[in-house]
Write a protein that binds this ligand. Structure first.
Ligand code: ATP
Length: 447
């Protein structure tokens, strides 16, 4: 983990938030390379959910959330962790993180009983501060998918089965944020709510577990490194009938990368109810009041509250897993070592670096600039002009940030237009003309 953290800071992937003021615990900023990698992860998820499927719609809902939404979803009552105080040094811990009933800060066993600590952030809304003018920063993106269920059905004419996907910030006032970006207070989620008829839910759940495993594999996190954890009944969230967690071997230990839950009709059912009817279980509603319900008509015309399967992945945890898999230190023939991020090319923050052999040769530098303009027309993401005058140093830098292709412009380029392409992983070098170059780049980045 230390090596990853150091690389992230040194190369501009991730910085502690407000570090010039001593930081803010549980908050991080993504630098020039970090934002590219993060965007590429999110784009890849969006592609797989929205563009590669026929029955999933997108949504970007508000972060500020009406408290009623989170009251009737059950979060006001149950979205809490057990908090324990040390009476000696006043440190606070999550109960399950206490070892041998002792404070991990001062070693005292003078601890309070655990009590529930709600993880939601509250904020004032509007100019008047009073008890009723507040909203929550959403603790998951899912709830506004449920509250928009009818809007989306009505505006898109979707029928069951179909999904609604959303990527966005979520906020949790974690008692002990830790392990770099693994557990933070502000993070992003990539969530799909996939609606099915009751009875089709178990099969859909199994199928989404397999689809999500394949997706992680395509991002460079092999299936062999993910364990499936069938969450025992007593650990299930209040809304879940069954949850399979994808557990990844993070540098600090095996922990949850993504949760895939069968949320049944809990959420749509709860939001459909009158405000004092939270515990109703029925999923078949009366015809007469169905217009105001989050329900659909099945082929017999009966109104049914759909069940929902929810694959929910954290962007930051994905970022960490992908970096961890890509991070490689290789021994070279000359006895030296190189650090290389073997990222899948579609995720690499920089796609191509173009390096003139001589940094002060005007003709070579001008040729490099116009070549970059040509490559940019391919719309592959970031293309960088690397004018260090030191090819070896440039290769080392781009290995370390995971750039899949380095191109060198030299004297021969000025004569016949050919360039040298250097592949990050094999370090093989090939000479190509301009057509060969475009084909190579397209194949490498878009394949
Ligand atoms: P954990 O048990 O680790 O606290 P959770 O079960 O509460 O996680 P979910 O509510 O299932 O997490 O959220 C879905 C996903 O959101 C998680 O799999 C994880 O990737 C991400 N996530 C949740 N909490 C955090 C956090 N504090 N920091 C970063 N990512 C998070």
């Amino acid at each position: 983990m230390d090596e990853l953290v150091a690389l992230c800071k040194r190369r501009g992937f991730i910085f502690q938030s407000a570090d010039i003021y001593g930081g803010l615990q549980g908050a991080y900023d993504f630098g020039p390379l970090g934002v590219e990698l993060k965007n590429n992860i999110k784009q890849s998820w969006w592609d797989s959910m929205i563009y590669e499927s026929d029955n999933i719609e997108g949504l970007d809902s508000s972060i500020l959330t009406n408290p009623l939404v989170l009251r009737y979803s059950g979060h006001e009552d149950t979205f809490s962790d057990p908090l324990v105080d040390c009476k000696e040094c006043k440190s606070r811990f999550r109960e399950d993180q206490i070892i041998d009933k002792k404070c991990s800060n001062c070693g005292s066993d003078n601890l309070t009983e655990a009590r529930p600590f709600n993880l939601m952030f509250k904020t004032g809304v509007g100019p008047i501060e009073d008890q009723d003018s507040y909203a929550y920063l959403r603790p998951e993106t899912a709830q506004q998918i449920f509250t928009n269920f009818k809007n989306i059905i009505d505006s898109t004419s979707k029928s069951i089965p179909f999904g609604i996907a959303q990527i966005g910030k979520a906020f949790r006032n974690e008692i002990t944020p830790r392990n770099f970006i693994f557990r933070v207070r502000e993070f992003e989620q990539m969530e799909l709510e996939y609606f099915v008829y009751p009875g089709d839910d178990d099969e859909a759940h199994d199928s989404w577990v397999q689809k999500r495993l394949s997706w992680w594999c395509e991002q460079g996190v092999p299936i062999e490194n993910i364990e499936l954890y069938d969450v025992p009944k007593e650990e299930l969230a209040h809304y879940s009938k069954k949850t399979i967690d994808l557990m990844y071997k993070f540098p600090h230990g095996i922990e949850e990368l993504e949760g895939i839950a069968n949320r049944t009709d809990f959420d749509l059912g709860s939001h459909s109810k009158k405000q004092d009817e939270l515990n109703i279980k029925a999923n078949v509603l009366n015809n007469k009041d169905s217009n105001s319900k989050l329900a659909v008509q099945d082929e017999t015309g009966k109104w049914v509250v759909p069940y929902v399967i929810e694959p929910s992945a954290g962007v930051e945890r994905g970022f960490l897993a992908i970096l961890n898999e890509a991070f490689t230190v290789e021994d070279l023939n000359d006895g030296k070592q190189r650090t290389v991020l073997k990222l899948k090319p579609h995720l690499s923050p920089v796609k191509v670096a173009v390096i003139p052999l001589k940094k002060n040769d005007d003709q070579m530098v001008n040729h490099t600039r116009s070549l970059i303009q040509e490559i940019k027309k391919l719309k592959i993401g970031r293309v960088i002009f690397e004018n260090t005058g030191n090819i070896g140093k440039s290769y080392r830098k781009h290995d370390e940030i995971g750039t899949p292709i380095c191109i060198t412009v030299d004297f021969e380029t000025l004569e016949n237009g050919t360039v040298t392409i250097r592949d990050r992983d094999s370090m093989n070098q090939t000479r190509v003309d301009s057509e060969g170059l475009k084909e190579y780049i397209n194949n490498k980045i878009k394949s």
